[in-house]
Design a protein around this ligand. Structure first.
Ligand SMILES: *Cc1c(COP(=O)(O)O)cnc(C)c1O
Length: 390
């Protein structure tokens, strides 16, 4: 392949590009994970994570991608044959449901159209119908990365409470945490699943379970088979900053740096930056005459925007042009929307100029791939940035 000069734009919705500060932190020498120096690193990580999940309870760290922490969440609190209520917000919700089935759980799936968040009313209705309390957990994806739609987790909590149901609330915020407001304790979430390679700006390889007192109790009686993922093995060593097996030491160096960076900017500022970039991107998309996949007003994500191609045009052919001619990687459409949509990631270590370059890459790609569009989306975005507060 011919060399492409200049920097590459990794605008997929995770992994997000890793800032130099984090790359430098990760490049340090490995230390003894059972030695005295490690305790300080481990403690900083475990305490720091609480400030991002907004919890006083434990956050467990696994050397795994987000999928590992999905499995950890399920096997630690549930027993074979347990019923779980899951909501089809998109591809990731569907994958989590398939995992639940493969683990021997009885998944009740509320179907959705992939164009919005989870509807709390439908969750409440399903829970009210469950008069014998067979449902042990409600599982929802916070930021559905395949569609760019956000579910209102506090409203899901209220739906469970309104139904007077005892089910645990389990949330996948793998791509929402540290980019969109998230409050584990305040929203009464029992298990939050997250990962390193999205809002945390780290390479892939770490994932998390934030827990509640109620889920720690459930852990004591849950009978699904587990070994590597068992929270029970983590609790003791974590108290002094250690782990039961070899942790991903260098990613933990990066994680300390990431948490510091999030607080130096201020979490509220991080959230409003993402939201502003989401608004700007959607304005550009509409100016191009294209449709945003998320059609539920107020549920649009600040992390990514999924864009529908006009009928008869290939999203993958367009993405290939954008990559080979302009050096920008855009996210592909997953499963049901494969080749029909592309996704613009605007998350992580990202600013106005990077967004403008990204949107320029999209407009150049549309032109080059002969996708019918109206010119000027980039100009509309620029005007939006000029007039909206940073
Ligand atoms: C990225 C992502 C996952 C999968 O995480 P992996 O790290 O690829 O295992 C799951 N759910 C959501 C919402 C995601 O964005």
């Amino acid at each position: 392949m011919m060399r492409q000069p200049g920097r590459h734009f990794l605008q997929i919705p995770g992994p997000s590009s890793v800032p130099d500060r984090i790359l430098n932190a990760i490049s340090r020498q490995v230390i003894d994970h059972r030695g005295p120096d490690f305790a300080e690193l481990g403690t900083r990580v475990l305490e720091g994570l609480k400030t991002v999940f907004k919890t006083e309870s434990n956050v467990f760290v696994f050397p795994a991608s987000g999928t590992g922490a999905w499995e950890a969440a399920l096997v630690n609190v549930l027993s074979p044959g347990d019923k779980v209520l899951m909501y089809e917000t998109g591809h990731f919700a569907t994958l989590w449901k398939s995992m639940a089935q493969r683990l021997g759980l009885n998944a009740q799936f509320i179907h959705g159209n992939w164009r919005g968040g989870a509807d709390p009313d439908k969750i409440e209705e399903a829970l009210r119908e469950d008069t014998t309390s067979e449902i042990k957990a409600v599982c929802v994806v916070h930021n559905e990365t395949s569609t760019g739609s956000v579910s209102d987790i506090l409203s899901v909590r209220k739906a469970i409470d309104n139904a007077g149901h005892s089910a645990l609330l389990m949330v996948d915020s793998i791509s929402g945490l540290a980019s969109i407001d998230y409050q584990h304790d305040e929203w009464g979430v029992d298990v939050t699943v997250s990962g390193s390679q999205k809002g945390f700006m780290l390479p892939p390889g770490l994932s998390f379970n934030a827990v509640s007192k109620k889920s720690l109790m459930a852990n004591k009686v849950a009978k699904l088979q587990r070994s590597y993922w068992d929270w029970g093995d983590m609790i003791g060593p974590n108290k002094s900053g250690y782990f039961p097996y070899t942790p991903a030491t260098n990613l933990l160096y990066g994680l300390v740096e990431s948490i510091d960076m999030l607080h130096e900017e201020g979490l509220e500022n991080v959230f409003s930056r993402h939201s502003r970039h989401g608004v700007t991107t959607r304005q550009a998309v509409r100016a191009w005459g294209l449709e945003v996949l998320c059609s539920e007003q107020g549920a649009e994500s600040g992390v990514l925007t999924a864009v529908m191609l006009p009928k008869g045009h290939s999203a993958d052919a367009f993405r290939e042009k954008a990559l080979t001619e302009f050096g920008i990687s855009l996210g592909n459409g997953l499963s049901k929307v494969s080749d029909k949509v592309f996704r613009i990631g605007h998350l992580g270590d990202f600013n106005d100029l990077m967004l403008m370059a990204t949107l320029s890459g999209v407009e150049l790609g549309l032109e080059s791939a002969h996708v019918p569009y109206n010119r000027g989306g980039v100009q509309v975005a620029l005007e939006q940035l000029k007039t909206s507060e940073t």
